[in-house]
Ligand binder design. Structure first.
Ligand SMILES: Cc1cc2nc3c(=O)[nH]c(=O)nc-3n(C[C@H](O)[C@H](O)[C@H](O)COP(=O)(O)OP(=O)(O)OC[C@H]3O[C@@H](n4cnc5c(N)ncnc54)[C@H](O)[C@@H]3O)c2cc1C
Length: 508
């Protein structure tokens, strides 16, 4: 339970932080110009971190603000309204470093690490992905061997956010036994880049397409980590990884919300000012359809923030909460890309510039659909989980299942006739993907309905519900219409239209 003084204290902290960001990004610099260059001027980063935003993510007993999920989400959202990459930087520090350290690191080393984040502007990230093992991360080839009171880690990692910047890294690797085989489990180690034998070599910095503020690259790992810096899973390392990743996915709505709100604000302000054909863009029916969709996307992310605040606390074990976490992450990241696309469409050519928020939003939001689990794969996993439950309960009618399933029972009341279909299980992979999307949108509909219980604007809830029902109906018919076509290998002669033209001419 949050006390009144904690609440007012956080409200004033957040207000001060927002005005600091505005001053730094709009008065002392110009974010539109900053964002077309890679990196960030040192004074901007220094002055942002001087407000100690990362203390929000640190438990109170180590001098932080408490690591409360609702405060963290609000901070991410405040940052993403101004800059999505900045918010991603905070999200990395929070979900991929500080949260797992607070929960799983050995006690003697925690205080020093947290002090560095609060007082010395230190930062941390997570390295899982390898060039040959991305989605298939469990087969990673980075390995470790124990040597006395140290672990020797070797491997190659790429695409870790904050490459070359972070002071601390969570490194993942598999144990190599005496006969040279790698164990099935994955272990986590804290690497302190400034300590002896713990330097990570950046072999290459990447020219990432968007999120210019953050550096990415390829890292050679050959470090010796003291035993105290190994994370201690409560059961297996893989379960710890799932707990960490699911919590992180539940926290995506924080990064999404401010960004989606900004997309809406920019679109409304542009459409109100822009005259096309002698009329305000705002008055066109098609434009209103886009604007109300942008507004609905904000409501969905809001509902998800409220839900995650209640469920994603560090003491909860989220390793088994994949279905919900994946539905939240996939849906909200699809909405981010959708809102960015819509803003760019409404702004027109002027928006197709890197120094315009619309163009940047498009490339900045796109990788959210790829990292921390490719949406394609997460949708399949959601569907597989639902399919398994349906098979276990011997139910193949969608309505019967969803109306008794915890995450969808309320939402299914709005979709009664739509959902009355019998499925032939198991589904092919492409159908699983479409089915997973459908389930995710129905879960979102339920979260929006629950947001309605909290006193959130009834008109916005009604507007959002209408959008989601339309979307679900469209996705359901797409799901039912799916065929089984596969890529066809043909010779180039039969697929050349010009040859077809000449053939027909000869014939005529
Ligand atoms: C901007 C950005 C930031 C990142 N940040 C981090 C970070 O901080 N730390 C970190 O460790 N990593 C990070 N990553 C890496 C990211 O997590 C991986 O890119 C992601 O896991 C996908 O791996 P991959 O790129 O190797 O793609 P692949 O595994 O090759 O997959 C590519 C595509 O193939 C398809 N596919 C793959 N498997 C299947 C399947 N079983 N069924 C059907 N389709 C399939 C999907 O469409 C998938 O999107 C980041 C990446 C980006 C772009």
């Amino acid at each position: 339970m949050t006390s009144f003084s904690q609440q007012t204290d956080f409200t004033s902290f957040l207000t001060n932080f927002k005005s600091r960001l505005k001053h730094l990004l709009h008065v002392r610099s110009d974010i539109d110009q900053l964002s077309i260059k890679r990196g960030v001027p040192p004074f901007i980063l220094r002055d942002i971190l001087a407000a100690q935003p990362l203390s929000t993510f640190i438990p109170q007993q180590y001098g932080g603000r408490g690591g409360h999920i609702h405060e963290g989400l609000a901070l991410l959202s405040a940052a993403s309204y101004e800059s999505l990459p900045l918010s991603l930087g905070f999200g990395i520090n929070w979900a991929l470093f500080l949260q797992p350290v607070a929960k799983y690191a050995q006690e003697p080393i925690k205080q020093t690490i947290f002090d560095g984040f609060i007082h010395q502007q230190k930062m941390g990230g997570l390295m899982i992905t390898e060039p040959d093992y991305g989605s298939d991360a469990l087969h990673m080839q980075s390995y470790y061997q124990q040597q006395g009171d140290q672990y020797h880690l070797q491997g190659l990692k790429h695409w870790a956010g904050l490459t070359g910047w972070a002071d601390y890294w969570l490194l993942t690797a598999r144990r190599k036994n005496e006969s040279g085989q790698l164990g099935r489990d994955v272990d986590f180690f804290i690497c302190d880049s400034s300590a002896e034998n713990q330097t990570i070599i950046v072999e290459e910095f990447f020219e990432n397409l968007g999120i210019y503020l953050l550096p990415y690259g390829r890292n050679r790992i050959d470090v010796k980590i003291p035993k105290l810096q190994k994370l201690e899973p409560h059961s297996t390392g893989i379960k710890m990884m799932l707990d960490l990743l699911h919590r992180s996915r539940m926290q995506f709505p924080g990064m999404a919300l401010g960004f989606l709100q900004r997309m809406e604000d920019e679109a409304v302000s542009h459409c109100q000012q822009r005259l096309v054909g002698g009329k305000s863009l705002f008055s066109y029916d098609q434009v209103q359809q886009r604007l109300s969709a942008l507004q609905a996307n904000v409501t969905i992310a809001t509902a998800m923030c409220l839900n995650s605040s209640k469920k994603a606390g560090a003491t909860n074990d989220l390793s088994g909460a994949g279905l919900e976490a994946n539905a939240v992450k996939t849906t909200v990241t699809d909405l981010m890309q959708e809102s960015a696309q819509s803003l760019l469409q409404l702004v027109g050519a002027k928006g197709y510039r890197l120094d315009h928020i619309a163009g940047r939003a498009l490339v900045d939001s796109r990788p959210f659909q790829i990292f921390e689990g490719s949406n394609d794969i997460l949708y399949i996993q959601i569907a597989e989980a639902v399919q398994k439950l349906m098979q276990r309960h011997k139910v193949n009618n969608l309505k019967t299942f969803l109306s008794s399933f915890e995450l969808t029972s309320r939402a299914s009341d709005y979709l009664n006739s739509l959902l009355d279909i019998d499925l032939t299980l198991p589904l092919a992979q492409r159908r699983l993907n479409a089915f997973g999307q459908l389930i995710s949108r129905i879960i979102a509909l339920q979260l929006v309905d629950e947001l309605g219980d909290s006193g959130y604007s009834p008109v916005l809830i009604a507007n959002c519900r209408e959008h989601l029902i339309q979307r679900i109906a469209a996705e359901l018919s797409g799901f039912q219409a799916l065929g089984s076509s596969t890529y066809q290998e043909t010779d180039s002669h039969t697929q050349n239209w010009l040859d077809c033209f000449y053939r027909q001419e000869d014939h005529d």
